[in-house]
Design a protein around this ligand. Structure first.
Ligand code: SF4
Length: 206
């Protein structure tokens, strides 16, 4: 499946919008936290407003509650996200000397950073060969049988164990484009799919 995906799908499209656009690991983490259950355009509004006010953990902790919530409001779930941001900043200063950890294990120790954010930071900020699993990648993995799990985090774990090393640098890009173009959430285009003979999905639309 990875060989076919590599032949048919575009690879590294790092010009795409997302937390990878941020200029440093701290802002990448905050952007990733804000992106939870938020559309890219709304996340971008929230990150622009927040980073216009503060770009370091110290500056972010110095913001008033109202100021912080107002800035991140476009990303939704703003009260919870504001609390998570404060706890993340506090922990970063108290336990990590203000430096974002560079390993997955280190990132996962941070408040508000789950497997998806950790993998996105690993791949897009630190340039590691990691297949970050978002909703598109997770759906394709489940349907095809590439990897499975009851959460995106579990799918990511399973996929990491099964994917060949050569596919890890660009696998995220192939899978996400495949999920957006062919194995779409609604009405997957199974009749035009080059993985159809390998795919284990039981409800193919043929
Ligand atoms: S056959 Fe259908 S369900 Fe399977 S990967 Fe292709 S589009 Fe997705």
């Amino acid at each position: 499946m990875f060989r076919l995906l590599a032949d048919a799908m575009p690879g590294d499209t790092r010009g795409a919008k997302g937390p990878k656009e941020q200029p440093d690991p701290f802002r990448s983490c905050i952007a990733c936290m804000l992106s939870a259950q938020s559309r890219d355009a709304n996340t971008a509004k929230a990150t622009s407003a927040l980073f216009a006010l503060a770009t370091t953990p110290e500056q972010m902790l110095a913001l008033g509650d109202e100021e912080l919530v107002d800035a991140i409001r476009p990303a939704g779930l703003y009260n919870n996200k504001a609390k998570a941001i404060r706890r993340f900043c506090r922990q970063l200063i108290d336990e990590k000397g203000g430096e974002v950890p560079r390993t997955r294990a280190g990132l996962l120790q941070m408040h508000g950073i789950g497997r998806k954010c950790a993998d996105i930071i690993m791949a897009f900020t630190f340039g590691e060969d990691v297949i970050a699993v978002d909703t598109h990648v997770g759906r394709v993995c489940e349907r095809t049988g590439l990897a499975s799990g009851y959460s995106e985090a579990k799918i990511a774990e399973h996929l990491d164990a099964r994917a060949p090393d050569w596919a890890k640098a660009e696998g995220h890009f192939w899978l996400i484009q495949f999920g957006k173009r062919i194995c779409t959430s609604r009405s997957p285009k199974c009749g035009a799919c080059f993985l159809v003979d390998l795919c284990e999905y039981e409800d193919k639309t043929l």
